[in-house]
Design a protein around this ligand. Structure first.
Ligand SMILES: [Ca+2]
Length: 467
């Protein structure tokens, strides 16, 4: 079995660039990307790269569908006690069973949209209603899929010459400015030739909406990375118009310098910056309501802290809730829900390295839990190795999914659901055994959801029907 060996390897410290073999870099979110030789443009072989047996894999949407076996009477055990920190913790098991979401039986499938990509690890619309999908390739290119489903021959952007790719490095994130239609500005997160994080603003070409101007780069943040792993990489604009940035704890294993709890570093944090302003000495502005703005020895960019590697996060399009998939160490993967009406996690401490999921990590017993924000859901490494945070479905094609937060695991390929309006502590409901190394979800302008299969080089649409 491949998966158990990958899971065991995750706790090991590795301080050098990944060598041959995938197990090394399987330590984190880009388990499969480690198998991709950087710069070759070739897809990894499915045999070596696919960590789980593709039992249910199919490009036919319904054929691969698994049935959500939602029990008619939910088990009262571990999800019953609501986490005290949850603003929605008052929901009872009875109330949960009465929601349409948990009562529904959903058949979930994946429908291939486009392929031929080299290590795709993100996909998004541009917010203009153009129908374009932008596919981020780890090696440094962004490809365009047009409304008709054709992959344009010329990439939107190619900055592969500025990037160190491989393992958990590469072009990792992309976010379009909320006013992209008028200002043409978008944002990328990548690791540079030295492996350090760059967050930069770039612009659409003046000549064509299908091309970016690669020379337009304006660096906003440059963040040193002490180790090759845990680079975060997610960028997304909140409904507040600010850019949120996911930063890992700097890497190695076990957060050796306790950076995630150190407000003096940007590592192990979720950041929030104002890309439309510019403060003295900065390429951006600090939103005045950032929680640590003005505090001594704290970085004002920090929005929330205590994360290990928040590889993918998203905002619920219906209410602005922030959902974070934080990759765990050796035992637990977690999803955090930071409710907008309760501050969207402003200043929250999500626990790492004190805790891994809901378990003490360092110290291993009697860790202090006061003031920590607990995950809405966790799963153990018997079910995967690295969480892939997803989205709350708010599209129209699959009404059976409305209000379901979908997420996955890059090793096991399982797709689970959570009730976005449910209690503050839930058990993930298994929706599909995809058998695919799903390293990311993405959302188009109609709020339909996609997944990226980094080994096969494909983008697939999530579809579901009620049964
Ligand atoms: Ca946590």
């Amino acid at each position: 079995m491949r998966r158990p060996s990958i899971a065991r390897s995750r706790g090991r410290i590795w301080a050098h660039a990944p060598g041959p073999g995938c197990a090394l870099a399987a330590s984190l979110a880009l388990a499969v990307a480690a198998c991709t030789p950087p710069g070759t443009g070739r897809l990894p072989g499915s045999g070596a790269a696919t960590p789980a047996a593709p039992s249910a894999t199919s490009s036919a949407p319904s054929a691969s569908g698994a049935t959500l076996a939602a029990p008619s009477a939910p088990s009262p055990a571990p999800s019953a006690p609501a986490a005290p920190s949850s603003p929605r913790g008052a929901a009872t098991p009875a109330a949960q069973s009465a929601t349409p979401w948990i009562a529904a039986r959903v058949s979930l499938g994946l429908e291939k949209v486009a392929g031929g990509f080299a290590a795709p690890l993100f996909v998004t619309g541009d917010g203009t209603g153009s129908g374009r999908l932008y596919v981020v390739e780890q090696g440094g290119r962004i490809r365009v899929v047009d409304r008709a489903g054709s992959v344009l021959p010329q990439p939107f952007l190619d900055i592969s010459g500025r990037i160190a790719a491989g393992g958990e490095r590469g072009l990792l994130g992309l976010a379009f400015h909320p006013s992209y239609a008028s200002n043409g500005r978008f944002y990328v997160d990548y690791t540079d030739a030295d492996g350090n994080t760059v967050i930069a603003e770039m612009r659409r070409s003046a000549d064509s909406p299908d091309r970016a101007d690669a020379a337009s780069e304006r660096v906003l943040l440059h963040i040193g990375q002490p180790y090759p792993n845990h680079n975060g990489g997610m960028l997304a604009f909140g409904t507040d118009g600010y850019l949120y940035v996911g930063m890992g704890d700097g890497g190695s294993g076990g957060d050796p310098r306790n950076r995630a709890q150190d407000l003096g570093t940007l590592l192990g944090k979720i950041l929030r910056i104002d890309v439309d302003g510019q403060a003295a000495g900065l390429a951006y502005a600090i939103p005045p309501t950032n929680p640590f703005s003005g505090r001594a020895r704290a970085r004002p960019e920090i929005w929330a802290y205590g994360v290990r590697n928040p590889w993918r996060f998203s905002f619920d399009a219906a209410n602005g809730d922030l959902w974070v998939g934080d990759v765990g160490q050796d035992r637990w993967e977690e999803v955090d829900r930071l409710v907008a009406a309760a501050g969207r996690g402003r200043g929250a401490n999500l626990g790492w390295r004190l805790m891994e999921g809901r378990a003490c990590y360092d110290p291993s017993t009697d860790c202090t839990t006061a003031g920590l924000t607990m995950p809405v859901a966790v799963y153990g490494h018997d079910a995967g190795c690295a969480v892939t945070g997803g989205y709350v479905y708010r599209g129209t094609r699959s009404p059976a999914l409305d209000g379901t937060y979908l997420f996955s695991d890059s090793c096991s390929g399982r797709i689970w659901g959570l009730d976005a309006a449910g209690p503050g502590r839930q058990d993930p409901v298994l929706l599909l055994e995809s058998g695919r190394p799903i390293v990311s979800f993405g959302q188009d302008d109609e709020r339909e959801l996609y997944v990226a299969d980094i080994a096969e080089g494909t983008i697939l649409r999530v579809v579901a029907t009620a049964r």
